[in-house]
Design a binder for this molecule. Structure first.
Ligand SMILES: NC(=O)c1ccc[n+]([C@@H]2O[C@H](COP(=O)([O-])OP(=O)(O)OC[C@H]3O[C@@H](n4cnc5c(N)ncnc54)[C@H](O)[C@@H]3O)[C@@H](O)[C@H]2O)c1
Length: 255
């Protein structure tokens, strides 16, 4: 149990990768704050699963694209558990639109949910981590292969993750001397609602054939990376994005 006595917040924590991260951190003994904006019943079910592992847990409804909600979220973690050690900026959305058809409202929403939330989530979490007794902690930004790799037809999303890379790197340099690590995880294709909803069997077969390991990831295969990065085994890792992508970005026709 590498995270006993630690407190973690996971944004967008009641589904997909976020839910798997909540369970992976709880399995390592962390007390967990599950942030969510919809499906309170899913949060309640997940709270029961965490409690069954013997950890403490609360659900907090907060829209992380709003700074006031983020402030309330960090405050709720400290009120409940006295400190904050791990902040996972996981909430994310996409529009599946390209440069010619993305509206101002779509662009602003993707940037607010994916990037602004991580920026101010990092700021508020770090301020708490620095101020508390035995200062220190880790911020984990759930990025994507698309922080490096263009995704035509999903351009606002790609912009948000590209900027998240620089958030991770710059904040790591600023916060390192204060004992706070800032790391990213860049998943490849993961079997979660964000990208399975619209996928036909043909699209899925084409995607799997393109991935060197031959399949999409399960959320737990991303969550295990988060548990490692949150723990003492990653004490010298900061400013880096760890790609868990089955080498999809390295795929090549072999020219
Ligand atoms: N699934 C993939 O293939 C994949 C690949 C790379 C990166 N990611 C990233 O992983 C993260 C999680 O995505 P997922 O695949 O689990 O999909 P998901 O849709 O299950 O998770 C996204 C979560 O964010 C929440 N959310 C959305 N807007 C929010 C807001 N304003 N405030 C709080 N929560 C909000 C949603 O309710 C949902 O719980 C995202 O940042 C996504 O970009 C996913």
């Amino acid at each position: 149990m590498t995270l006993s006595g630690k407190t973690a917040i996971v944004t967008g924590g009641n589904s997909g990768i976020g839910k798997a991260i909540v369970l992976a951190l709880a399995e390592q003994g962390a007390n967990v704050v599950i942030d969510y904006i919809s499906h309170p019943e899913a949060t309640e079910e997940l709270e029961r699963q965490v409690a069954a592992l013997g950890d403490k847990v609360i659900g907090v409804e907060a829209d992380v694209s709003k700074v006031d909600d983020l402030k309330r979220l960090v405050g709720a973690a400290v009120d409940a558990f006295g400190r904050l050690d791990v902040m996972v900026n996981n909430a994310g959305i996409e529009t599946r639109t390209g440069i010619l058809d993305t509206t101002e409202a779509q662009f602003e929403k993707v940037i607010a949910v994916n990037l602004k939330s991580a920026f101010f989530g990092t700021q508020m979490a770090a301020a708490q981590m620095i101020a508390q007794d035995s200062p220190g902690g880790v911020v984990i930004n759930i990025s994507s292969v698309h922080e490096e790799w263009p995704m035509p037809g999903n351009i606002a999303y790609s912009c948000s993750k590209g900027a998240m890379k620089m958030l991770t790197r710059t904040a790591a340099v600023e916060l390192g001397p204060k004992g706070v690590r800032v790391v990213g995880i860049g998943p490849g294709a993961v079997a979660t609602p964000i990208n399975t909803v619209e996928m036909t069997p043909e699209t899925l077969a084409r995607l799997n054939a393109y991935i060197p390991l031959g399949r999409m990831a399960q959320p737990e295969e991303i969550a295990s990376v988060a548990a490692f990065l949150a723990g003492p085994g990653a004490s010298y890792v900061t400013g880096a994005t760890i790609f868990a992508d089955a080498a999809i970005m390295l795929q090549s026709p072999g020219l």
